[in-house]
Design a protein around this ligand. Structure first.
Ligand code: ADP
Length: 408
């Protein structure tokens, strides 16, 4: 049990603070509230305090110093229990936080929050917003000049309660979102791993059967197995894309820079899509006579080029795909141009959205989950660059990007 204790004077100010504390206690689930007017006779064990610095009457030089520090601070200040310090800190294993209450840039007080256990996962932004409302009440108190004990003003209390209730909703929503995000993360990670293991084994077995083609296998059987292999590989790529995109969005992906030979990168990119080209399509590269080595994230560059070339191969029935690469003023410029089906202006806005595919029902021949461009763009942005598209229906498309690199 955690206790949120409140020490205030029995006037409007005290009542408003009490309302704030009640809401705060509701938001910090698991906290109970002890509300007392004036200084309590006995400090409860494992307490958490909530007070206004000006009215602070709690003993202890450390607390006074702390309140002063917190009041003049821009952000929440944390204090750990001092060795052999006053009893109020004794069980504050999680420390005590002093949230400065400010209004119009002026310090108005300090809300002291603490708990004996670990600090609960509550958004500081939500708490700060509540504290702003309290600061407003403090202002009202100052303006109305009610110094001595007076009856609480119903209107002030009602308004502050209303505002605080909204903030509590906000905190709760943020908490729920955090929980949903956590569940989603677990689900995506687990699912991708659980599905990839059996899928991998299916793919390996099919490859092994096809490699040792049995003489008595009919050509129909072989074709069917090749179909299984294609579908298996596509599914594997999709799972990998989902996982990669999720990690990028979570900020769970770091840039790992190394020496990169760009000519080799181009060769590998071309090699990887060679087999998916339509018979009437040629794939060409356009490179400067010499390309120096650069330092960049090789794996990400490979992935980006793969997605752009894979799309060009999928959506070009005849003509040419050209991969161009050049280097100027510390910027690596890349483009993939095709003579494919093209993309309508309205769709050009959306193709970078997750799971967006142009007319997905009409062209089921083109496999994909609508994640390739989302991922390519996210990776390019991770490298500090930007991806853009120019396209015309029936004429073709050109995807180009620039990323900063250093010469090695
Ligand atoms: P997918 O994995 O389904 O290809 P992408 O995110 O890579 O998903 O692309 C989204 C959509 O953008 C594709 O479904 C396709 O409709 C369109 N698109 C992408 N690249 C091209 C291209 N080179 N030519 C024509 N359409 C394209």
């Amino acid at each position: 049990m955690e206790i949120l204790a409140l020490y205030t004077s029995p006037d409007t100010l005290g009542s408003a603070l009490a309302a704030g504390a009640r809401h705060l206690a509701a938001a910090l689930q698991g906290f109970a509230l002890v509300y007392q007017s004036g200084r309590p006779a006995a400090e409860p064990d494992g307490w958490a305090g909530f007070t206004c610095a000006k009215d602070a009457q709690i003993a202890g030089a450390e607390l006074d110093d702390f309140l002063r520090e917190a009041e003049s601070s821009e952000r929440p200040v944390r204090i750990d229990p001092p060795e052999g310090g006053p009893r109020i800190w004794a069980r504050g294993a999680g420390g005590v936080f002093g949230f400065p209450i400010r209004h119009n840039g002026q310090p108005r007080g300090v809300a002291l929050l603490g708990c004996p256990g670990p600090w609960p996962r509550v958004q500081n932004a939500g708490i700060e917003s509540i504290l702003r409302q309290i600061a407003l009440v403090l202002d009202h108190h100052a303006v109305s000049g009610s110094a001595g004990p007076v009856e609480p003003s119903d209107e002030v209390l009602r308004l502050s309660e209303q505002l605080l209730a909204q903030d509590i909703e906000l905190i709760k929503r943020e908490e729920r979102l955090t929980m949903v995000e956590r569940l989603k993360a677990d689900l995506i990670e687990t699912m991708s791993y659980e599905l990839r293991a059996p899928l991998n084994s299916i793919i390996e077995r099919v490859i092994s059967v096809l490699a040792n083609e049995h003489e008595n296998m009919s050509s129909t059987g072989r074709d069917a197995l090749r179909g299984v292999l294609d579908d298996g590989n596509a599914l594997m790529r999709m799972l990998q894309n989902i996982l990669d995109l999720w990690r990028v969005k979570q900020g769970d992906v770091s840039v790992e820079v190394q020496d990169v030979n760009l000519a080799e990168v181009v060769e590998e990119a071309i090699f990887n899509v060679r087999d998916t080209l339509q018979p009437d399509v040629v794939l060409e590269k356009r490179l400067p006579a010499s390309l120096p080595k650069v330092r960049t994230d090789l794996a990400k560059l490979n992935q980006i080029l793969f997605h752009l070339l894979d799309n060009a191969a999928k959506f070009t029935r005849r003509g040419k795909i050209e991969l161009e690469l050049s280097l100027e003023d510390g910027q690596l410029f890349c483009s993939v141009t095709d003579t494919g089906i093209g993309i309508a202006p309205d769709d050009q806005e959306q193709i970078f959205d997750e799971f967006y595919r142009v007319d997905s029902s009409a062209d089921s021949r083109h496999r994909g989950a609508g994640l390739g461009l989302t991922l390519a763009r996210a990776l390019i942005e991770k490298l500090g660059g930007a991806l853009s598209v120019q396209s015309e229906i029936g004429q073709g498309s050109r995807f180009s990007f620039t990323v900063p690199v250093t010469l090695s």
